[in-house]
Design a protein around this ligand. Structure first.
Ligand code: 13P
Length: 332
């Protein structure tokens, strides 16, 4: 058993309470690679932001759980080396699909876990979330639960349609499950293709897709019923069109990729939404930089030559999200 406390990590409890009270959101960036981890930490330190580094089941399989644990410990030490005296870094399991996986992560240094029972029948979702909460709280680990289903594909999680969270269920669910935060479905979606062209309108000037707005009425109703309770938004990449254009201009093929407009995420950050999940934007920033590099310098074959600009581009994107969208800068 390795407690996250030994690794210098923190859980989300205090972080979320401050974010809800302060009207900002904590960035939750997914990572699988060294370069993503370095870029996340550099961005968090430079902006003086707390940060959640999250790992899906797929990422854990890709990178290996033991390595990830040491990477998280390395992230804390790296932040200190960069000049941050008391880094606020959470290592979070994204979309845990069983009690056993959540327990394994808690036993291996995670400070926060998500049990995603959103596809299960309501009572079953409560039952397993509660089981995870009991084990997690005994180890001072915080738990995110999910109610409502997001559309889109993310590692093992896939759904073709979204089902908005029902506000009338949130009090019963959070009380009976004991979860510390709740991921809700209000129209965000996983991946770089969040909406089909049929769900969007088209900007007559640029020809780009304009997605349907998030269901802020549902968010506000949930806030009214659960005052001050930390709410989480998954599927919140904005799919920057400049990165999509760079990818497409350098041999990529991402037609009609579309995300959540940043002004809507900015608005959500000011509410009870205190954690915003971003994965696809990092993938796009990395891919755009690498494609451009290979196109311009076809003779390069040392990974450092193309991973360095990829890391720089991700860092720029993380800083932009922290400062311009979530508002978590200067909150350490
Ligand atoms: P995106 O695909 O929008 O980045 O969402 C990531 C996410 O929600 C991880 O849980």
């Amino acid at each position: 058993m390795t407690s996250y406390k030994e690794l210098g990590l923190v859980n989300t409890r205090e972080m979320f309470a401050k974010a809800v009270a302060g009207g900002y959101a904590i960035p939750a960036f997914n990572f699988n690679t060294l370069e993503q981890m370095q870029a996340i930490i550099q961005a968090a330190v430079e902006t003086k932001s707390p940060v959640i580094m999250q790992v899906s089941k797929g990422a854990r399989n890709y990178a290996n759980g033991t390595i990830l644990r040491y990477m998280a410990q390395g992230a804390v030490e790296y932040a200190k080396e960069l000049g941050c005296e008391k880094p606020q870094i959470v290592l979070h399991l994204d979309h845990g699909d069983s009690f056993e996986l959540c327990k394994d992560c808690i036993d291996n240094g995670f400070s926060s876990v998500m049990f995603d029972g959103s596809s299960l029948p309501y009572e079953e979702n409560i039952r397993i979330t509660k089981q995870v909460v009991e084990y997690a709280h005994a180890h001072d680990v915080t738990v995110e639960a999910e109610l409502g289903v997001l559309a889109g594909v993310e590692d093992e999680v896939a759904s073709e349609v979204s089902h908005y969270t029902k506000p009338e269920e949130v009090v019963d669910f959070s009380t009976r499950s004991g979860c510390d935060s709740l991921a809700i479905s209000i129209g965000t979606s996983h991946g770089a293709y969040k909406f089909t062209p049929a769900q969007c309108t088209r900007d007559p000037k640029t020809g780009k897709l304009v997605p349907p707005p998030l269901a802020f009425d549902i968010l506000h109703e949930i806030e009214k019923r659960l005052p001050g309770f930390p709410i989480v938004l998954h599927g919140s990449s904005s799919v920057p069109q400049d990165e999509v254009d760079t990818i497409n201009a350098h041999g990529g093929k991402l037609p009609d990729a579309v995300g959540i407009p940043e002004e809507q995420l900015r608005e959500a950050s000011k509410s009870a939404v205190c954690k915003i999940n971003i994965d696809s934007d990092s993938r796009l920033a990395m891919t755009a930089a690498i494609r451009k590099h290979f196109d311009e310098k076809p003779g390069d074959f040392d990974p450092r030559q193309y991973l360095k600009p990829a890391r720089e581009n991700m860092k720029k994107m993380y800083i932009h999200k922290i400062v311009e969208v979530l508002g978590s800068n200067d909150k350490l």
